[in-house]
Design a protein around this ligand. Structure first.
Ligand SMILES: *[C@@H]1O[C@H](CO)[C@@H](O)[C@H](O)[C@H]1NC(C)=O
Ligand SMILES: *[C@@H]1O[C@H](CO)[C@@H](O)[C@H](O)[C@H]1NC(C)=O
Length: 246
């Protein structure tokens, strides 16, 4: 009984490992700019980190602030591909992206506000047919109930802590903002939607609905290695004269 359970567990571990490998190759294929906290809007004096993920070689973090293009290298001890701004100011608003010899991430528009309300919306374009949640953030934590607007049109009638948009499509693109009663209104940020395609390799959780056509060589190699290791394990077990496996 116990041996059978052990075998089952081994096979499950193998499968989980395989799934993670496939998932990792999806999420690592495409380089992107990671922003922490993961949203487009930030309060003045917040600490915000920028990190270029998935690039090969020398990578630069770039920004256009107030029409001036600059290289950001505020993390002096390390590469230029990551940067934490301990206190952001209004003038840090602008477009940010990462660039290496052969690759460039999408640009994202970061908005710093000196107002009391921000919209919490995704940094990267949202994949078509997934869901997205928008939240309202206020400096006064007791009042995060907001009214959400798309292109200045209210999206609902009663204030809510968050709004969920299901089954995203291109028609959901637009400028979103939120308003907290008697506190204030956030700036507006553009919600971008990426059309679903099998070659798309953006870091989204929902992307595992894979199409075998899009399996690239490295993924096949990982799968082969995983199967090989699993077989070795099984052979090893049977050598130990444990026959209860199957
Ligand atoms: C960022 O904002 C500027 C000015 O509003 C606009 O021209 C640009 O297209 C935006 N970029 C992105 C990636 O949304
Ligand atoms: C999502 O929207 C697409 C059209 O954009 C539609 O074909 C599909 O049936 C919708 N799926 C769900 C679960 O509503």
């Amino acid at each position: 009984m116990e041996v059978a359970a052990l075998c089952f567990r081994l096979v499950m571990l193998g499968l989980i490992f395989l799934r993670d490998q496939v998932h990792n190759s999806y999420t690592q294929n495409r380089a992107f700019l990671r922003i922490t906290p993961n949203r487009l809007q930030h309060f003045e004096l917040d600490s915000v980190s920028f990190e270029c993920v998935g690039f090969d070689g020398l990578t630069h973090l770039k920004a256009v602030r107030n029409t001036e293009e600059l290289n950001l290298a505020c993390d002096n001890n390390r590469t230029t591909s990551s940067c934490t701004i301990d206190r952001v100011y209004l003038e840090d608003s602008g477009e940010y992206w990462c660039e290496s010899e052969g690759e460039r991430s999408d640009r994202v528009n970061i908005t710093i506000t000196d107002g009391p309300v921000i919209l919490d919306s995704p940094v990267l374009p949202v994949m078509q047919r997934t869901n997205v949640i928008l939240r309202c953030g206020s400096k006064n934590p007791s009042s995060n109930l907001g009214m959400f607007y798309k292109n200045d049109v209210p999206m609902h009638n009663t204030p809510a802590e968050e709004i969920k948009i299901n089954n995203i499509s291109k028609s959901h693109e637009g400028f979103y903002k939120c308003h907290v009663s008697s506190i204030g209104t956030s700036p507006a940020s553009w919600l971008a939607v990426e059309e679903f395609s099998v070659t798309s390799t953006r870091p989204h959780e929902d992307l595992l609905s894979d199409d075998s056509n899009s399996l690239s060589v490295p993924i096949l190699l990982r799968i082969a290695v995983t199967i090989f290791i699993t077989l070795l394990l099984l052979v090893g077990l049977s050598k130990l004269k444990i026959s209860a496996c199957w």
